[in-house]
Design a protein around this ligand. Structure first.
Ligand SMILES: Nc1ncnc2c1ncn2[C@@H]1O[C@H](COP(=O)(O)OP(=O)(O)OP(=O)(O)O)[C@@H](O)[C@H]1O
Ligand SMILES: [Mg+2]
Length: 252
């Protein structure tokens, strides 16, 4: 390796790298040395019991909370010193509760960030909003209010809103777990489409079928640590630890 190498080889081709992240809330040590590598254009699914630190990990990647120790790198470069608002344009996030503005149209919910954060003109923002609504199959709903959509459609609007910022990475935190069962499939299909289009994604999910069919990599977290990580076939069919075996027996 030459001394002139700008990024360490361990992060080359890795869109997102999380290095030895530690974080506590008071005496509760929520993340205890978490490492994660997500190659560009791949999907990593994070599974694990409630309270294991999955949401906190995503919030660290998106700089909604600062870790006590460790680093987060995008394309091999640390982002912990960057402006968090700038970072959040590079890393989109979709939550369980989609938090759309009820008094704005679907289109208006998407153009808001484009005009305010990206400085686009109104007509440019409206055109881009429509393009991303079309990606999630909802261009025909641009003029209605979110309250007139199903939960699954609202979540797809939230996905379009995140995509409209043209992020390099998308984070999903249990994006389907507040939905009625019959609406889950459509949102998972939208997420699978995104993965197939080459988006880099970190997906916290209880949908083991999705993890198995879409993820290149599955990580099992427990008590603030990644206990096992690997290809879905290995994690689901040949778990190495008793903890993962027990977890899978409860969720599968
Ligand atoms: N803002 C906060 N202040 C204090 N404690 C917090 C905060 N956020 C999370 N915690 C604690 O951190 C731990 C991990 O929470 P986290 O939300 O990351 O878990 P999770 O794996 O996402 O769980 P779930 O599957 O239930 O969503 C829990 O013990 C939780 O109570
Ligand atoms: Mg959570």
């Amino acid at each position: 390796m030459s001394a002139a190498t700008t990024s360490p080889p361990s992060t080359r081709g890795v869109a997102v790298a999380v290095r030895d992240i530690h974080l506590a809330f008071g005496s509760n040590r929520v993340l205890r040395g978490v490492d994660l590598d997500v190659p560009a254009a791949s999907t990593a699914c994070v599974i694990g019991p409630s309270g294991s630190g999955k949401s906190t990990l995503l919030r660290v990647v998106n700089r909604l909370i600062e870790p006590e120790r460790g680093d987060v790198l995008l394309d091999g470069r640390s982002v912990l010193a960057d402006n968090p608002d700038a970072l959040r344009q590079r890393v989109g996030m979709v939550f369980q509760h989609f938090n759309l503005f009820p008094h704005k149209s679907v289109r208006g919910n998407i153009t808001l960030g484009l005009t305010r954060l990206k400085g686009l003109r109104k007509d440019e923002a409206a055109e881009l909003a429509l393009h991303h609504l079309d990606r999630v199959g909802l261009a025909h709903k641009a003029d209605v209010r979110p309250g007139n959509l199903s939960g699954g459609q609202q979540q797809r609007v939230a996905i379009a809103r995140a995509l409209a910022m043209e992020p390099e990475v998308m984070l999903f935190d249990e994006a389907t777990s507040a939905l009625d069962p019959e609406l889950v499939k459509g949102v998972l299909a939208t997420m699978a489409d995104l993965a197939a289009e080459g988006m880099t994604m970190i997906v916290v999910t209880h949908e083991m079928g999705f993890a198995r069919s879409v993820a290149e990599q599955v990580l099992f977290m427990d008590h603030g640590q990644v206990i096992e990580a690997g290809h879905p076939d290995q994690v689901f069919d040949a778990p190495r630890t008793e903890r993962l075996r027990r977890f899978l027996s409860q969720v599968l």
